[in-house]
Design a protein around this ligand. Sequence first.
Ligand SMILES: Cc1cc2nc3c(=O)[nH]c(=O)nc-3n(C[C@H](O)[C@H](O)[C@H](O)COP(=O)(O)OP(=O)(O)OC[C@H]3O[C@@H](n4cnc5c(N)ncnc54)[C@H](O)[C@@H]3O)c2cc1C
Length: 286
Amino acid sequence: MYDVIVIGRGPAGVSSAIYAVRAGKKTLLIGKGVSAAESAKEVGNFYGTGGTVSGAELHSRAIAQAASLGVEFKDEEVNSVEMTGSFTVDTDSGSYDCKAVVLAVGRRRASSGVKNTDTFEGRGVSRCAVCDGFFFKNKTLGVLGAGSYAAHEAKQLMSITDKITIFTNGMEFTGGAPPCGINKQKVKSVFGEAKLGGVELENGEKILLDGLFIAVGTADALDLAKKLGLATDGGYLTVDKNGMTSCPGVFAAGDCVGGLNQISTAVGDGALAGQRAAEYISKTAE
Ligand SMILES: Cc1cc2nc3c(=O)[nH]c(=O)nc-3n(C[C@H](O)[C@H](O)[C@H](O)COP(=O)(O)OP(=O)(O)OC[C@H]3O[C@@H](n4cnc5c(N)ncnc54)[C@H](O)[C@@H]3O)c2cc1C
């Protein structure tokens, strides 16, 4: 059992992990993919650099600093976080328990890449299997996505129906052993009237579906928020003055909470969230 698990290894996540570990907490930092900061060629506005520095250089120094302080790392993709008395973080390769979580996953929201999915959201289209799967018992379902997150959502739905197809929308499936049938055709649009009717492929074929779960790319801040029932506002996670979300023990920092969306604010938010997460654990243990 970890004390704190930080999800996302951009400036907000690394800063959170540094504060949590320095507060004496056993800290795991899970992240996959390049952070926005890492992709910045020249950063000229960050405190103390003496001029410009590349985002990649800043990132590698920060990771080395966190490692030297005792932060543990996993290069894995997080698919969900669940409340299990404590918290359980599920990744593409494992499952980890902790007492407090910091969400620092930045703000990238993968587009579904398919016409009309937004129109039918809440009317057959969903972005959360654990939240909405219940409404589709024994129904015919699709999952749109081609990676580990799509596989995770399909597996979650298998407890309520065995009629599931993953639509990869022309991509190769990279989510490991497929948990159900796969359709690799390009998807043109979703169709329906009051409710979702199904998906139309680019070759004109129409496939009837009762529900379609969007799981394109990696689970983002809003996907994880939905699974935990967190309050959001205008696409951002809502946090209080301690960086805590509407769920006690779940903190958030960086671009996923909005604000200036800069490295300095991500580092500041991260420091607050990491420190307060450590204090939260100490208080709840009293
Ligand atoms: C090209 C570019 C140039 C920029 N230049 C500047 C600049 O000069 N100065 C400045 O102050 N700011 C700059 N910014 C903005 C700055 O980079 C961001 O505000 C900052 O990186 C936000 O930090 P973050 O930690 O919140 O998110 P990010 O840096 O986006 O990090 C989030 C991390 O979480 C990971 N992640 C997401 N979902 C998951 C998941 N499900 N499982 C595992 N890992 C996940 C991502 O892969 C990523 O590594 C720039 C941004 C870009 C894109």
